[in-house]
Design a protein around this ligand. Sequence first.
Ligand SMILES: C[S@@+](CC[C@H](N)C(=O)[O-])C[C@H]1O[C@@H](n2cnc3c(N)ncnc32)[C@H](O)[C@@H]1O
Length: 467
Amino acid sequence: MSKQGLGAGELRKFGLMRWKSGELDLAVQSFEAALVLEPDNAMIWEDLCGVQLASGNSEMALGSIRRSIGIDDQRAQSWLMLATVLDRMQDQDLAASAYSQTIMLDETIASAHFGLGIIQLRRGKPAQALQCLQQAVTHDPQNANAHLCLGHACYATGDFVGTAKSLDAAGKFGPLDPASALVRIKAITFQAIIEGKVDEALANYSRLADAGDGSDDISQEAFALLNAHGYRDAARLVGQFRLRRDPDDAVQRYMNSAVAGEQLPRAPVDYVERHFDRLAPGFDRKLVDSLQYRGPEIMAQMIAVHRRRFDHILDLGCGTGLAAKPLSQFGGAAIGVDLSAAMLLQAEERRYYSELRKAEAIEFLAARPASFDLIFAADVLVYIGDLRAFFGALVDVLVKDGIIALSIETTNVADFELRPSGRFAHSVTYVEKLASDHFVKLESMTATLRLEMRHPIEGEFMVFRKR
Ligand SMILES: C[S@@+](CC[C@H](N)C(=O)[O-])C[C@H]1O[C@@H](n2cnc3c(N)ncnc32)[C@H](O)[C@@H]1O
């Protein structure tokens, strides 16, 4: 069929037909011919973009849709197309703003809400994803994927009723994938626990999860997740269940106290040992990659402003030795002290420390008078609530003009408090007051220490010099 003599509208129609029948090259040619006749037709540029995208030519598609929007920026469908192209090109930020622009122009476009929701999920922002995905299913209840993703967003925000409801809705369109099926079972279990049916829910899970990941003890995950989402009563019930089952579980015993709001002076030695022995293998990856922990680097920078050389360094609660690299700039010999043998093993692999000792921090300090000119306590005082003995021991162990750098989680409600996370927070004034008799404050910085359930944990980095 000849295209000669056809108008732009007919050429467009012809292109759409070719596109529909899968003849993408012919469709492109038709749209291009139409655009020769009507170069300012935004709709035809949009069509051309669509077919270029279908041909896998994202760059050209991007150029076409930008032309379309340049001609008419009030067409919601063009913005949606731009968002789709950018999404395909993995430019999340620009895709998100194009989806938002689509929604501003026409809030009923379900696929824009869906696209934005997926981006928010990928960004690790489930609360924002939840809102978008709710809109997506409202405007298009037939989108099985939107229900599915909404279920996962609900789960990530701790809405277990919403999880089950959305995954059930998704399940109406076909069987759930195994991971989603397991999430549904977990959500039902956790909701039953929240409603007080702990024993029954955990027993049911063992039966139902056969179809899932094969692991039938969900109680540890239930405790951690319910606690993290703030379902303290439910977490307490699960914690009691776990301790009844294993009365020697030091980690659970301590965490039960933390969740119950008991105020202990410090975390017990057996808790610290077991907890960190367990965490040691994945510690660095989790802390640095997932939780965005940069404490040692920041503290070393703060110290370096005041002094660049130390002879005898103590890395207190050294863990896996994340401080080894930042501390190495100061020269000198470094001793690492920690309660967890598994953490120390990892620290050894860094080949930085001249000595690694398995010891309790304050006991170690008390036995080493006038030994160090730098003591580095990164993210370890979160396991010691009452800091009087710590500061008492510091006075003797640091040489004159010696430096102590530390980090704390901060609170304004008390000198120190044990949080449901199992970590202590301290008030800045409490630490300053304890330090004031023997130390001069050189520097202090309020900062995010790390993320917890994607929320920033606020804290303070402090550097003191001994008088
Ligand atoms: C969160 S990690 C921090 C590790 C390291 N300082 C860092 O910044 O990466 C806390 C470490 O302190 C240790 N720890 C906690 N309480 C302790 C104590 N009372 N005495 C010695 N080590 C302790 C733990 O075993 C763990 O390795």
